[in-house]
Design a protein around this ligand. Structure first.
Ligand code: ZN
Length: 425
């Protein structure tokens, strides 16, 4: 199962990789068109100039071509070879200049001389090129033709939502960013895992309603929050998915609250899984959890990554290719999120309807039901814990944490006790 799904997710990453995305523009639209083939999307177009809290939706950026050509006309830096070569949101340029005049507009990574960096200038009008230090070092002095065929014009900011309706209106938010150009782990793996999760939930008849956001980073989440201010109260839990496909181990960054249910659920799932992992505290730096956890909202939204941003040398460089992300890692991220969903779905508060002394399990057939099981001892213990702690205050997750039993065992015990009329929700 995992392998097939992993391969499907990887194929999506490969397909989306060549598109030149940014926080606005046709690259985002093409990306959403492709994701929309897998899951139905509601695409929103928000006009330039729209006020969204303290921000304004910027002009829309589109780019057709860009290059630096030497005196013979040969392209020494070519947008067609890699869209990372152009600083995102570069203003149009068509001129000739000497290499020294050009240098202030060139960005390299001297420490990683063969890689192209990823740079943007969304809110300061500017233009520039990114290139390998080794390429720059090979350029002779002389005059160069510099062309960026881009437009910055009134248009729209584009984002998409996908909703899996649940049995209750309370929502779980799953958010990923779609604003990076040819970078595989830092955005496309998150898009692929979110899409696969949405498809899996579609057949699961979930309790919660699941809302997936495919949005440009920062301005996209701020725009969504501003346009859905009255809906935000329905969000019970949320996860930002990013850097979801590198071979490193999982890292969970807690919500600003630190002890939100999502924080405890992810910690429980990671610990119970035996996977190597890290859990880090909230900080107001990173992905869109910064906006969902801003003090006016303070939502229970954490961030799940594998190796976190800036934690791997390929981060924000031309080395973050589809080869850097693996089907196995994406399948493992998906599986982890699926287990988190399972605990969120199953976590309830029950009241023991027979709280005076232990109820007699044998006469209700609850011992026989445990008979042939290989985990009889654990199942019996789970029943005793659930009965003892189900006073309305303790959730099944509380009971799992306190007993040290896996959540699934506690939830199964609660189901059996509920069927025997010993518990009510
Ligand atoms: Zn990034």
């Amino acid at each position: 199962m995992s392998t097939d799904l992993g391969r499907e997710m990887h194929a999506l990453v490969e397909r989306l990789y060549p598109l030149c995305r940014s926080i606005t523009g046709d690259g985002v639209r093409s990306t959403l068109d492709i994701v929309g083939e897998l899951i139905p999307l509601t695409v929103h177009e928000v006009p330039t100039g729209t006020q969204v809290f303290d921000w304004t939706v910027p002009r829309e950026w589109n780019i057709r071509d860009a290059y630096i050509a030497d005196s013979s006309g040969a392209r020494v830096v070519d947008f067609r070879a890699s869209n990372l070569h152009v600083v995102g949101y570069s203003t149009p340029v068509d001129t000739t200049m000497t290499l020294d005049e050009l240098r202030p507009h060139l960005h390299t990574l001297p420490e990683q001389p063969d890689l192209i960096p990823y740079r943007t200038s969304y809110y300061e009008p500017d233009w520039g090129f990114c290139l390998a230090q080794s390429t720059l070092d090979s350029l002779p002095d002389g005059r160069y033709r510099v062309v960026i065929d881009s437009t910055l014009a009134d248009g729209h900011l584009t984002y998409a939502e996908h909703v899996v309706p649940g049995r209750v209106a309370d929502e779980v938010l799953v958010s990923c960013h779609v604003c990076h150009p040819s970078l595989a782990n830092d955005n496309l793996a998150g898009v692929a895992v979110a899409s696969a999760l949405a498809r899996r939930l579609a057949g699961a008849n979930p309790r919660y309603t699941y809302r997936f956001l495919f949005i440009p980073g920062t301005i996209g989440s701020i725009t969504w929050l501003a346009r859905n201010h009255e809906r935000v109260g329905r969000i019970r839990h949320g996860l930002v998915l990013a850097c979801a496909g590198d071979p490193g181990s999982l890292t969970y960054k807690r919500s600003r609250r630190g002890d939100a249910e999502i924080d405890r659920v992810v910690a429980h799932v990671l610990a119970a899984s035996g996977r190597p992992h890290r859990i880090v505290d909230f900080s107001p730096y990173g992905y869109d959890e910064r906006q969902f956890c801003s003090p006016g909202f303070n939502l229970g939204v954490g961030c799940l990554t594998r190796t976190p941003y800036a934690g791997y040398p390929e981060y924000h460089t031309s080395a973050d290719t589809p080869d850097f992300v693996t089907p196995e890692a994406m399948a493992d991220t998906l599986e982890t999120v699926w287990e988190v969903v399972g605990v969120l779905e199953g976590n309830r508060h029950y009241v023991n309807l027979s709280p005076y002394g232990e109820p007699q399990l044998g006469k209700r057939g609850l011992y026989e039901s445990l008979g042939g099981r290989s985990d009889t001892k654990q199942a019996q213990l789970a029943m005793l814990w659930v009965l003892n702690l189900s006073d309305g205050d303790h959730s099944l997750l509380d009971i799992a944490e306190r007993s040290g039993l896996p959540f699934a065992a506690v939830a199964a015990a609660a189901d059996a006790l509920h069927d025997a009329d010993l518990l009510k929700e």
